[in-house]
Design a protein around this ligand. Structure first.
Ligand SMILES: *Cc1c(COP(=O)(O)O)cnc(C)c1O
Length: 359
């Protein structure tokens, strides 16, 4: 057996002189604008990861020619840390974020992140900033790991150098107002053979225009359909999408145009645990249209880390709005959201060992 001997990586820590924590109003947290004291940084050059460090959160400087600004070799993850009543700080399935980040990296011709770079960097950062994990019911610390090309070069080719960074934001309990969504049959989020399954920057830039058009017409978001024919349902906004029709939960099967959501995967597992029939398959617009017309869509919701479950109150299609019942106690969406919350907060058994303690 041959073994690659890699440099042992250690993380150096430079602490802030004075924490900004006392200035933060945890009762009024805007999403994604308040950043905790520190960030994690690692540099990729000469085919390896170097100079792992936890340093004060600060601006970074770069050349106008930095390739990521031009050609978008840029990927990210989104995850959260949870503080329990006893002060314990936990991550939810961080191994899944780590694996998915490397799937995104491979697709974008970026280097894989070593597990200890991702996991140890993450844990060191969260441990140091654990005072920033809100204790208020439902509030969490949102975590943003990301990697981008760092070459100062405007030729089109994969960069030789990269930065991997993690910063965090305390966020309030995300009350997701039930949303109005429209089935999108003109614009495309992701195509077969494309990069839809990667959490890469350009996908989000590409989605804004259709979302803005839908917003002009009074919807919050679109339901994306396949790029070839616009005949099959894929996702909603930046969330995976579930319908409950005739008692069965259905969601689009994974493929290269669907993002493999960790919330989606966890909801499918919990549905199985509850004995709730669940199917991952192709869902045609025609099938949904017919079920909406016949009043057989019992529930529809988006699933993702930010809002966990985002209830859909109206689906628009070809000029008609179909209203759905609210996500009240007794619905699957309500139950699964509550169960995920209880697993995270240690209030029910963590049967699948999803939680990882940090402090
Ligand atoms: C991040 C994301 C999701 C949800 O993934 P989670 O791991 O559940 O947060 C779904 N769709 C898209 C397009 C995404 O970017």
């Amino acid at each position: 057996m041959t073994e690659t001997v890699e440099e042992k990586l250690s993380i150096r820590t430079e602490k802030v002189e004075k924490s900004r924590l006392p200035e933060v109003d945890f009762e009024n947290l805007p999403f994604g604008r308040v950043f905790s004291d520190h960030m994690f940084v690692a540099d990729y050059k000469d085919n390896g990861w170097h100079d792992l460090r936890v340093v004060p959160y600060a601006n970074i400087s770069f050349s106008p020619a930095m390739s990521t600004l031009h050609y978008a070799q840029s990927i990210f993850e989104g995850m959260k840390a949870y503080k329990r009543a006893d002060g314990g700080v936990y991550l939810f399935r961080p191994d899944e974020n780590f694996n998915r980040m490397n799937i995104s990296a491979n697709r974008m011709c970026m280097p894989e992140i070593r597990e200890e770079v991702f996991m140890d960097g993450l844990k060191e950062l969260i441990k140091l900033d654990q005072g920033w994990v809100p204790g208020q019911e439902g509030s969490t610390l949102y975590i943003r790991p990301f990697m981008f090309a760092a070459d100062d070069f405007i030729g089109v080719r994969p960069s030789d150098t990269y930065k991997f960074m993690i910063f965090t934001c305390p966020v309030a309990s995300y009350y997701a107002e039930p949303v109005r969504v429209r089935i999108e049959t003109d614009y495309t989020r992701a195509a077969k053979g494309g990069v839809g399954y990667a959490k890469t920057a350009g996908n989000y830039a590409a989605s804004l225009y259709a979302a803005r058009n839908a917003q002009k017409d009074g919807y919050h978001q679109v339901i994306w359909t396949d790029g070839a024919e616009h005949k099959y349902i894929e996702e909603s906004g930046t969330m995976n999408l579930f319908f409950k029709i005739d008692g069965t939960l259905v969601t689009a099967a994974l493929g290269d145009s669907v993002l493999n959501g960790i919330t989606r995967k966890s909801i499918i597992q919990l549905a199985k645990d509850f004995g709730q029939p669940v199917e991952e398959r192709r869902i045609s617009v025609e099938e949904i249209d017919k079920a909406l017309k016949e009043g057989r869509v019992e529930e529809a919701f988006g699933a993702g880390t930010a809002a966990v479950v985002s209830s859909i109150k109206t689906v628009g299609h070809q000029g008609t709005d179909y209203d759905l019942p609210p996500m009240v106690e007794g619905t699957f969406a309500y139950k699964v959201k509550e169960t995920l919350h209880n697993i995270r907060m240690g209030k029910v058994e963590d049967k699948h060992q999803w939680m990882v303690k940090v402090n």
